[in-house]
Design a protein around this ligand. Structure first.
Ligand SMILES: Nc1nc2c(ncn2[C@@H]2O[C@H](COP(=O)(O)OP(=O)(O)OP(=O)(O)O)[C@@H](O)[C@H]2O)c(=O)[nH]1
Ligand SMILES: [Mg+2]
Length: 178
């Protein structure tokens, strides 16, 4: 089965890098972000920079790259869409991409993270709103709660280590779905 992982926004960039790094799967990858630096630094081969600096809404910018996205996914059986919810980019693009995939009869699984409590109410609300909107477009959405990350951690566990563990769990989840 062909599998493509599409990442939306900064958190997904880190998650894709961590999954792609060990080369243990022949997944295809596509990374989409509005952050030029993060796109440039990403290890992923296929990436699309969304320029929202020039007076453009994120939705309009997305509509300009839908053809490009479709060229990457046309031959794939299963599309996993990864986004860390709570910021602007991933949260806004989740429904846009979900709808595009649904309109093109792609089997889609969303994989999202929810913010830590310490990130505040506003980011949690953005995350919940995004999830609510995206629900109807995806065949399934799996939620990884960032606050669960430190549940089994030692006192000295750093964020980087904890994120890596979370990314390993996400990778395991994807492998269990194919
Ligand atoms: N698991 C995991 N979660 C992360 C990571 N980085 C950020 N997050 C979470 O993801 C949420 C969204 O962050 P980003 O992905 O950076 O946001 P964005 O979608 O790029 O949005 P903007 O930067 O605001 O345009 C944050 O609020 C964190 O909860 C990461 O490396 N791993
Ligand atoms: Mg960002």
């Amino acid at each position: 089965m062909n599998v493509i992982l599409i990442g939306l926004g900064g958190a997904s960039g880190n998650i894709l890098n961590n999954i792609a790094e060990d080369n243990s799967n022949d997944f295809k990858y596509l990374y989409i972000n509005t952050d030029k630096k993060s796109i440039e630094d990403s290890l992923i081969d296929n990436k699309l920079y969304l320029d929202i600096t020039k007076d453009k809404t994120i939705d309009n910018s997305f509509n300009e790259i839908t053809d490009k996205i479709l060229t990457h996914i046309k031959d794939n059986d299963k599309v996993f869409v990864i986004a860390g919810l709570g910021g602007v980019t991933g949260s806004a693009l989740l429904s846009n991409l979900g709808k595009l995939l649904k309109d093109n009869n792609c089997l889609s699984i969303g994989i999202v993270t929810k913010p830590f409590n310490f990130e505040g109410k506003v980011r949690m609300e953005i995350a919940n709103k995004s999830l609510e909107e995206a629900k109807s477009f995806f065949d399934k959405i799996e939620i990884f709660d960032n606050k669960s990350m430190f549940q089994y951690a030692e006192k000295e566990t750093t964020f980087t280590e904890a994120f890596k563990k979370m990314d390993t769990r996400i990778k395991g989840y994807i492998e269990s779905q194919i």
